[in-house]
Design a protein around this ligand. Structure first.
Ligand SMILES: *Cc1c(COP(=O)(O)O)cnc(C)c1O
Length: 412
C-alpha cells in the first residue's frame, strides 16, 4: 500500500470492461445469472477456459469491480469480497485449517471471532491456542507442527492493545507459518501490511470502508507472500497452483460452497466508501485524539485508553506501524457500570449503538453488550471491565462532540 495516490486510485479505478453508456460509477448488476450466446460459450465459462460471469454467488461484475479497486489501492496479490467480516474470517480459517490444526491467537480478540473459534470450529476439530501477543516468546512456545496460522488484530477492540507485528511476523517466517491480521480497525490507508510481514488480511468492510455504516461486508486480502507448500492442508494444491493456491481453494471450494458472496448493491456502496475513505479516516482519527485529550483532563474520567495519546503504553509501537493515525476508537473508565450508564444516557448528540466507524459518533458499554454472554472471570481475562465506556468517533465537527460529552459529564 502506498498512501500517496490512494484516493486518486480509488476514485479513478478503471472498469475491467468499458461501460456501454459511459457510466462513471460501476452500475449495480442486480442479477443472479448471465446469458451466453452459444452452448460452447457456457461450456468454456464452466471449464474456466474463457472466464466470464455466470452466477452471482460465484462472481458478479459490481462485486468484482470493488475487489479490483481494493486490490489496486492495497497493491495486493488477490482480493475476495465476502458478505461480512465474520464471513471473511470463517471462509479463510476453513480454507487453511482442518481437524487437528491449531491457530495461535490472543484472548483479546473480537467477541464473535472468539465465538467462531470456540463454539463453531472447535467441534470440527480446530484447536485455538490463546497467548499474549505482546509476548513473542510465548507465541513461539505455542507453535507446533500443526499450527496453521498466527491470527492477530492490528489494534484490539475494545482493549486497544497494539502488538509488535514485525516481531510476530519474524516468528511466523522463521517457522514457515501463515500470519493473518484482522485489519478492521486500521484498514487499507493506515499502514503497509506487506512491509510488516502480514501474509493475509481480513477486514470487516462493514466498518470504515462501507462509507458510514451503509452495508455489511468483508474482505480477504492475499498479499501473495506465503509459500503454500508450508500448509499441511494445501500442499497438494500448492504443487499445482503455487501462489494462486488460496484464491483457487476459496473460489472453487469454500467461498463458492458456503455461499458467502457480497451482494452487488453492497459492493456498489462499499466502492463509493473507498472513494472517501482517506478523508473519513483522517477526520475520525483527528476527532478521536481531540476527544481523548479532552477526557484525559476531565476530573470525572479515569484511564483514557487511546494509542494516539503520547502517554499510552502502545503509543510508540502504534506510531511506528500506523504513523499519525491511531484509529477512531477510545475507551475510558467511569469508575462503575452505573456511572457509565448515566453518562451514556445523558448524551444528546452521540448515539448509543454497537457499531464503529460510522459517520456518526457512537458509544457503548462493552461488558453488558458485546461481551454479555461471557462470565465475569472471562471478561476480566479478556480485558473488558464493567467500568469501561467505548467511544467510536465519527466525522462530525469535534467541538460539538466535546460539548456533548462535557454536558453529559457535568450533570453526573
Ligand atoms: C466488526 C468486526 C468484525 C466482524 O465484522 P462483521 O462485518 O460485523 O461480520 C471482525 N473483526 C473486527 C475487529 C470487527 O470490529
Amino acid at each position: 500500500m502506498n498512501k500517496k495516490g490512494f484516493a486518486t486510485k480509488a476514485i479513478h479505478k478503471k472498469f475491467l470492461k468499458k461501460d456501454p453508456h459511459g457510466s462513471l460509477h460501476m452500475p449495480i448488476y442486480d442479477t443472479v445469472s448471465f446469458e451466453f450466446e452459444t452452448a460452447e460459450d457456457i461450456e468454456s465459462a464452466f471449464l474456466g477456459t474463457k472466464p466470464s460471469h455466470m452466477y452471482s454467488r460465484i462472481t458478479n461484475p459490481t462485486t468484482e469491480h470493488f475487489e479490483q479497486t481494493v486490490r489496486e489501492v492495497s497493491e495486493a496479490f488477490a482480493v475476495i469480497a465476502v458478505s461480512s467480516g465474520m464471513a471473511a474470517i470463517a471462509n479463510l480459517i476453513i480454507t487453511i485449517a482442518q481437524s487437528g490444526s491449531n491457530i495461535v491467537t490472543s484472548k483479546n480478540i473480537f467477541g464473535n471471532t472468539y465465538s467462531l473459534f470456540e463454539k463453531t470450529l472447535k467441534p470440527w476439530g480446530l484447536e485455538t491456542r490463546y497467548t499474549d501477543l505482546l509476548d513473542p516468546d510465548e507465541i513461539e512456545r505455542s507453535i507446533n507442527k500443526n499450527t496453521s496460522a498466527i491470527f492477530l488484530e492490528t489494534i484490539t477492540n475494545p482493549q486497544l492493545e497494539v502488538a509488535d507485528i514485525k516481531a510476530i511476523s519474524d516468528i511466523a517466517k522463521k517457522n514457515n507459518i501463515l500470519l493473518i491480521a484482522d485489519s478492521t480497525i486500521t484498514p487499507l490507508y493506515f499502514y503497509n501490511p506487506k512491509e510488516l510481514g502480514i501474509d493475509i488480511e481480513v477486514i470487516s468492510s462493514t466498518k470504515y470502508i462501507s462509507g458510514g455504516a451503509t452495508s455489511v461486508g468483508g474482505l480477504i486480502i492475499d498479499h501473495g507472500s506465503f509459500d503454500w507448500n508450508n500448509n499441511n492442508k494445501l500442499r497438494d494444491t500448492a504443487e499445482k497452483y503455487g501462489p494462486f493456491t488460496l484464491v483457487i481453494k476459496l473460489r472453487r471450494e469454500s467461498y463458492r460452497n458456503l455461499g458467502s458472496c457480497l451482494p452487488a448493491h453492497n459492493a456498489y456502496l462499499q466502492n463509493l466508501g473507498l472513494e472517501t475513505l482517506t478523508l473519513r479516516i483522517e477526520r475520525s482519527c483527528f476527532n478521536t485524539l481531540k476527544i481523548a485529550e479532552f477526557l484525559t483532563q476531565h476530573h470525572k474520567v479515569r484511564n483514557v485508553n487511546y494509542p494516539g495519546l503520547t502517554d499510552s503504553k502502545y503509543h510508540k509501537i502504534s506510531k511506528r506501524q500506523f504513523g499519525d493515525l491511531s484509529g477512531a476508537i477510545l475507551t475510558f473508565d467511569m469508575g462503575s457500570k452505573e456511572e457509565c450508564f448515566k453518562f451514556m444516557n445523558n448524551l444528546q448528540l452521540i448515539k448509543r449503538s454497537t457499531n464503529i466507524n460510522d459517520n456518526k459518533t457512537l458509544v457503548i458499554h462493552p461488558a453488558s453488550t458485546i461481551f454479555c454472554e461471557y462470565s465475569a472471570e472471562l471478561k476480566d481475562e479478556m480485558g473488558v471491565s464493567e467500568n469501561m465506556v467505548r467511544l467510536a468517533a465519527g466525522i462530525e465537527e469535534v467541538d460539538f462532540l466535546i460539548s456533548d460529552i462535557n454536558n453529559a459529564l457535568e450533570v453526573l
